[in-house]
Design a protein around this ligand. Structure first.
Ligand code: GDD
Ligand code: MN
Length: 360
């Protein structure tokens, strides 16, 4: 086995057969396999892959349940491989499979760690992209300079081939969040990666639709933050705390409205504000902080109830600690702050275990 092609999939059922046919063609004469890592696509992608795999041992399927994420799918696919070379490519035929044999040729030479399919070197391109998307992509590229020191033209590419030993040297440092696995690899490497870029034309999608939505920008910021300060404090906690900050604003706004416009008594207004803020925090955390484990349907209801419970206990801990410190003759603000910190750490830790459990 010389090469494993890892293909992350989410709702790509119609692209599987054409992609495998093309791989068979361009990789003739090479010992290769393809591993599809599917996040339990509702369209039954995994079933299509397994059907192919029944008659072709080169095709394999890893089906992940209750998980989402392009980067982590690629990492887990690569971990299933014993081949010396690992390629990552999209399922939708936007990446030019003709590049694979040439990438392999380059890597066999021993002088390189990674070969990147690049849209931004001479001969490459993005075809029919709108001006807006070209602009966004360029902007993201500039931001990446904060964490990637290598002079690579297309650090956002999702198409590359890497030596397996290089991958294993850095796998434990990867953030594996969001879409940008290549950027992650470059930013996490202990030594500068020896790389080469090969140009290709980013094609139009064959079937299905893109999963890249507006929240991908948010994930990208997460990845950059994780690379910059992730070794000091988990980015998820930062986000959780930021949502908590928004929650305080919501709380005060609802309280003010309840008191002034609603004519409620203070305890009722405060209780209403607390419920609204908790519910709002839960929904925001579900979309932003735990995007990769987003709860839906019945899971959303149970999640919300468990979140109320966790935060209720967090509030008790908060008040208990704060009162204790206050009665030890410390200043009021120190007592208040300590209570708030203990409460938020509690809420974060407990909700990560009981609310976003990865299993629902
Ligand atoms: N397992 C898994 N889980 N696969 C996913 C997920 C997920 O949550 N989200 C997307 N994929 C798969 C898709 O099924 C597809 O095979 C591939 O990842 C790329 O997803 P697209 O939705 O087609 O992304 P794109 O074409 O908009 O973005 C591509 O270009 C970007 C550069 O502009 C990707 O190659 C990106 O990696 C790349 O950065
Ligand atoms: Mn695509």
């Amino acid at each position: 086995m010389e090469l494993t092609v890892v293909v992350p999939t989410f709702n790509e059922r119609d692209n599987i057969v054409p992609l495998v046919e093309r791989l068979i063609k361009v990789l003739a004469g090479t010992d290769w396999e393809v591993v599809f890592v599917d996040d339990d696509s509702p369209d039954g992608t995994a079933e299509v892959v397994r059907q192919l795999a029944q008659t072709d041992r080169r095709v394999r399927c890893v089906q992940r349940i209750g998980r989402r994420g392009l980067a982590s799918a690629c990492v887990e696919g690569m971990l299933t491989s014993a081949a010396p070379f690992l390629a990552v490519m999209d399922a939708d035929l936007q990446h030019d499979e003709e590049l694979l044999p040439r990438m392999l040729e380059e890597l066999r030479g021993d002088g390189l760690d990674i070969v990147v399919g690049s849209r931004y070197v001479e001969g490459g391109g993005v075809g029919g992209w709108s001006r807006l998307r070209v602009g966004i992509s360029a902007m993201a590229g500039r931001l990446s300079r904060f964490v990637v020191k290598a002079d690579i033209a297309d650090p956002m590419s999702g198409f590359f081939m890497i030596r397996r030993d290089t991958f294993h040297q850095e796998v434990r440092r990867l953030s594996a969040q969001g879409f940008k696995i290549l950027l992650d690899l470059f930013a996490s490497s202990p030594a500068p990666l020896r790389f080469k870029e090969l140009p290709f034309q980013f094609r139009a999608r064959l079937h299905g639709e893109s999963k890249l939505d507006t929240l991908v920008a948010w994930e990208y910021v997460n990845l950059l933050l994780d690379k910059i300060i992730g070794h000091i404090v988990p980015v998820r906690f930062l986000m959780f705390a930021m949502v908590g900050g928004v929650g305080i604003g919501v709380h005060l706004a609802v309280l003010a409205i309840g008191l002034r416009a609603g004519g409620l008594g203070f305890p009722v207004a405060q209780a209403t504000a607390t419920m609204v803020a908790m519910t709002g925090n839960f929904l925001l955390n579900n979309v932003f902080t735990y995007r990769d484990q987003r709860l839906r349907g019945r899971g959303l209801i149970w999640g919300l109830l468990s979140f109320y419970l966790v935060c209720g206990l967090g509030a008790l801990a908060n008040v208990g600690i704060a009162s204790f410190i206050y009665h030890s003759d410390e200043p009021w603000w120190l007592a208040g702050l300590a209570g708030a910190v203990v409460g938020s750490v509690w809420n974060y830790a407990m909700s990560s275990v009981f609310t976003w459990t990865r299993r629902r």
